[in-house]
Design a protein around this ligand. Structure first.
Ligand SMILES: Cc1cc2nc3c(=O)[nH]c(=O)nc-3n(C[C@H](O)[C@H](O)[C@H](O)COP(=O)(O)O)c2cc1C
Length: 274
C-alpha cells in the first residue's frame, strides 16, 4: 500500500475520535430531538424455546474482595473444559447486561453496566458448549426477565467458533463465547450522526464486567476484537445492515496449573527481546 493511502486512512480513523476540533453540524437534529418514536429497548425473542436463568447467586463467588479481583484479573486463553454451571452463566450475563430497572415508563433500561444515554444498544448472542442442563448450540440473551433463548444447533460448533473469531484456535475450548452486536438505530435515535463513536466506547464496560465476574467465579476469558462479523451475522441470522456482531468474549473453566501455558502465548516478547 502506498504511504499516502496509509496516511489518509490513519487520518480518517483519528478524525472519528477527535472531539471539539471545529467540526459541528448546528442544523442537525437527531430523531429524538425531532420527537420521532423511539425504538424498542430490547430485541424481541427470536424463538419460542425460552429458558429461565437462576438469580440465586449465594455462595458461587470464589473471590469477593474487590481489590483482589481487580488485581488478579487477566486474560485467559487456556481452558480446562470442565462443565460450567447454569448459575455461573447466569451470573456472567447478569453482570454484563442485566436489567436492574427502567427509567421512566419505558424510556430506558438501567443495567449493571453504564451506557451513554442509557441506550444499551447491544444484544448478546452465545455459542454454548458443556454448560449444565443446556444443549450445545447458539443462544440469545433476553435481558427483560433475565432469560436465554435457544436459537439453533450447528453441525460443528467448534468450527463455527474458530471461523467466527479469525481462527484463534484456543477459543474453541471455552464453555461460552459471548458475541455482542450493536442495534444501530437504538443509539442513532438519540445521537444520530454522532452515535457511532459513543456506541463503541460503551462496549468496553460490558467486557470489563465479564472479566471481573469471571475472576470472582474462578473462571477465565478474554475480550476479542478480532471477529468476523459478517460470518457471525449470517449464522445468528442478523441482517448486518441494522444490527451487526462486532465484539466477543469467551469464558471457560481455568486452572492455576496452566499459568505457564498462558505465559507461552507471549513467548515471542522474550524471544524477540521486546
Ligand atoms: C478491545 C480488545 C480486543 C482484544 N482482542 C483480542 C484478540 O482478538 N485476541 C486475543 O488473544 N486477545 C485480545 N484481547 C486481549 C488483550 O490482548 C489483553 O487484554 C492484553 O494483552 C493485556 O493482557 P491482560 O488482559 O491479561 O491484562 C483484546 C482485549 C481488548 C480489550
Amino acid at each position: 500500500m502506498e504511504e499516502k493511502e496509509i496516511q489518509r486512512l490513519i487520518e480518517k480513523g483519528r478524525a472519528q475520535i477527535r472531539r471539539g476540533y471545529g467540526i459541528t453540524y448546528p442544523d442537525y437534529k437527531s430523531d429524538q430531538e425531532l420527537k420521532k418514536p423511539q425504538p424498542a429497548l430490547v430485541k424481541a425473542p427470536m424463538s419460542d424455546q425460552i429458558i429461565d436463568l437462576p438469580m440465586d447467586f449465594e455462595g458461587i463467588e470464589k473471590e469477593t474482595d474487590f481489590l483482589t479481583i481487580v488485581n488478579s484479573r487477566s486474560s485467559h486463553r487456556v481452558f480446562t473444559e470442565e462443565t460450567m454451571s447454569l448459575k455461573q452463566l447466569s451470573y456472567l450475563l447478569w453482570t454484563c447486561q442485566g436489567i436492574k430497572d427502567i427509567r421512566g415508563k419505558s424510556y430506558a433500561t438501567l443495567r449493571t453496566v453504564p451506557c451513554g444515554g442509557a441506550r444499551h444498544q447491544f444484544e448478546t448472542y452465545m455459542a454454548i458448549q458443556n454448560v449444565e442442563s443446556l444443549e450445545d448450540g447458539l443462544y440469545h440473551y433476553l435481558p427483560m426477565g433475565h432469560k436465554i433463548e435457544f436459537l439453533k444447533k450447528v453441525d460443528d460448533l467448534r468450527d463455527f467458533i474458530n471461523v467466527s473469531l479469525e481462527r484463534q484456535i484456543w477459543v474453541e475450548r471455552a464453555n461460552v463465547v459471548f458475541y455482542f452486536s450493536i442495534d444501530f438505530y437504538r443509539v442513532e435515535w438519540r445521537y444520530g450522526i454522532y452515535a457511532h463513536n459513543v456506541a463503541q466506547i460503551d462496549a468496553g464496560h460490558i467486557t470489563e464486567n465479564i472479566y471481573l465476574a469471571s475472576t470472582a467465579l474462578g473462571l477465565g476469558g478474554c475480550a476479542i476484537g478480532s471477529v468476523d462479523g459478517k460470518y457471525c451475522d449470517e449464522v445468528f441470522g442478523l441482517d448486518g445492515e441494522n444490527e451487526t456482531i462486532f465484539y466477543a468474549h469467551p469464558v471457560g473453566t481455568v486452572s492455576v496449573k496452566d499459568e505457564q501455558k498462558e505465559k507461552d502465548f507471549y513467548a515471542f516478547v522474550k524471544e524477540q527481546g521486546l
